[in-house]
Every structure is written in structure tokens, then in C-alpha cells.
Design a protein around this ligand. Structure first.
Ligand SMILES: [Zn+2]
Length: 281
């Protein structure tokens, strides 16, 4: 079986887009069962306009738009493929839309007619760690699993096991499946029964967080993302807070820089105080 292709559309207009894309595309280098690729949607697409409205959306309303979106994007990929005369003009097996939309009843994803929606509107800062980018990574892998295993497309199991297919009706439990991220026995069996047990190692490789590495190692994905301006181990949301920005800078510049800066300020204050005390100008 060739690689299963997952086409990703990002309608997230905040945060470090380069870091987000880099991390997702790193999944391609870890395994050979799935291939993730970013595609562009039209600026006035109905589904995208719906997802960027600043109001909670019911899953049913979004579902109704999925089939049309799939058709429009299939046409778009074919049209752009012929304009640029690309050889790989066939659209991917599944389309995934990343959005900041808020779904009602605490849901953060849905899938319908070959389209998956990952909605980040219900993510809250208190749910970190893991950071929102790790959250997106895990949910993207979850959609890859749904692409190849029909048995794992709907709600799979209610218990919070730390399995990527946990339903997690309680929002605070979402962090468990992102942090531990493994495939439970039930889900492994389901993949085997769907004839894709050979893809289990690829899924496990993607779910393992060890490949991210350390922000202090410039050759690791975490180090590259840090160089792109997003420290995975400090920044929780899409945008860093002022405090997170300061901590990221300190980590990058090192403690020595801090000591030097503090020393300079201390000397300047001491000199100013001396000038005032001695009545000098
Ligand atoms: Zn499971």
C-alpha cells in the first residue's frame, strides 16, 4: 500500500504558522505510512467563512458543509494541478481543516464525508502542558488513523486511557491523550481487523513525543521551532504571552546575558545614585 495522503488546510490566522507547519510536516520524516501536505483553500470558501465566524457552531451545521467543501477542494486541486502542470494532481485521501472555531458541547473535532475539522476554540491555556501545538499534532494523527481504519472513525471508547482515540467528554481529560498518546489494545485490534496492522508502528512513531527533542538542541525539531520563534516548552497557546516571550528570550540568550544585563543596570543605578549624592551634574 502506498502512503495515505492527508491534505491540510489551515484557517488559523494567529500564532506562529511556520512552526505549526514545520511540526506537522516533520511527521512525514518519521514514518512512511502517511504523508501530510498543506493545501490552500479559496478566500471566500463557504465552510472556511463559517469556521471563521466569531460564534459557537453546532457540529451538525458544520457537517452539512463538509461534502461541498470536499468537492470544491477536489476541483481546486485539479485546476491548480493543471495550471502548474503538476504530475501529482489527484487530491489527498482525507482533507483536514485546522481552525480556531468553537464547536458547541465541548467538541473539538468532527469528521464527515472525507473531511475532518480540528477546532481549537475550546482549548484553554489551563490545559497546558501540553501546548496547543502538541494538541494539534495529536489530533492530526487521530485523523490519519480515521483515514485508514473505518472501525476507528466514530466515537471509539469512553474510558480515558491516554489512547489517541479516547472520546474525552470531559475537556480536562484531553490533555491525557495528548501527553501519553498511545494506541490501546482495542484500537490496535480494530486496526488489525481493518487490515492495516502494518501501519501501527507508523502511528506509534508519530504519537511518541521523543522525536520532538529539546529546545536546547538546534538540530532537533524543538530546536528548529525555537529558532522559528516558538519555544514548545514555554509557549502554551498560539501566541506567546509577555512572560512567555521573556522566558523564551532568556532561554535562547542564556543566563549569562541576563547577568550581564542586570549588572549593567545595577552599575548604571549605582552611578546615578552617586551623582545625586555628590550633587554632581
Ligand atoms: Zn484506544
Amino acid at each position: 500500500m502506498g502512503r495515505k495522503r492527508i491534505g491540510i488546510f489551515s484557517s488559523i490566522d494567529a500564532g506562529n504558522d511556520a512552526a505549526l507547519r514545520y511540526l506537522i510536516l516533520q511527521l512525514n520524516t518519521l514514518q512512511s505510512g502517511f504523508e501530510f501536505e498543506f493545501l490552500t483553500h479559496g478566500p471566500e470558501d463557504r465552510l472556511i467563512l463559517m469556521l471563521t465566524r466569531d460564534e459557537p457552531l453546532s457540529r451538525e451545521a458544520v457537517r452539512e458543509e463538509c461534502e461541498g467543501f470536499r468537492q470544491r477542494m477536489t476541483d481546486r486541486v485539479s485546476m491548480l494541478g493543471s495550471v502548474f502542470q503538476t504530475r501529482e494532481a489527484i487530491p489527498p485521501d482525507r482533507l483536514v481543516v485546522l481552525t480556531k472555531a468553537t464547536l458547541t458541547n465541548n467538541f473539538y473535532s468532527l469528521r464527515q464525508d472525507g473531511v475532518s475539522i480540528i477546532a481549537l476554540g475550546n482549548w484553554e491555556r489551563w490545559m497546558a502542558p501540553p501546548s496547543i501545538l502538541e494538541f494539534v499534532l495529536t489530533l492530526t494523527v487521530r485523523e490519519a488513523i480515521a483515514t485508514v481504519s473505518p472501525r476507528l472513525r466514530g466515537s471509539v471508547h469512553l474510558g480515558t486511557k491516554g489512547c489517541v482515540c479516547d472520546v474525552t467528554p470531559v475537556l480536562s481529560d484531553v490533555r491525557q491523550k495528548v501527553m501519553s498518546s498511545y494506541l490501546c489494545g482495542y484500537c490496535r485490534t480494530a486496526m488489525a481487523e481493518d487490515g492495516v496492522s502494518d501501519l501501527i508502528p507508523a502511528v506509534e512513531k508519530m504519537l511518541s513525543k521523543s522525536w520532538i527533542g529539546s529546545a536546547d538542541d538546534p538540530s532537533s525539531p524543538a530546536g528548529v521551532v525555537s529558532a522559528l520563534g516558538h519555544d514548545l516548552f514555554i509557549v502554551k497557546g498560539l501566541e506567546p504571552t509577555m512572560w512567555e516571550r521573556l522566558r523564551s528570550t532568556l532561554r535562547r540568550e542564556g543566563a549569562q546575558q541576563l547577568v550581564t544585563s542586570v549588572s549593567s543596570v545595577f552599575v548604571a543605578v549605582a552611578v546615578a545614585a552617586l551623582i545625586v549624592t555628590l550633587g554632581l551634574k
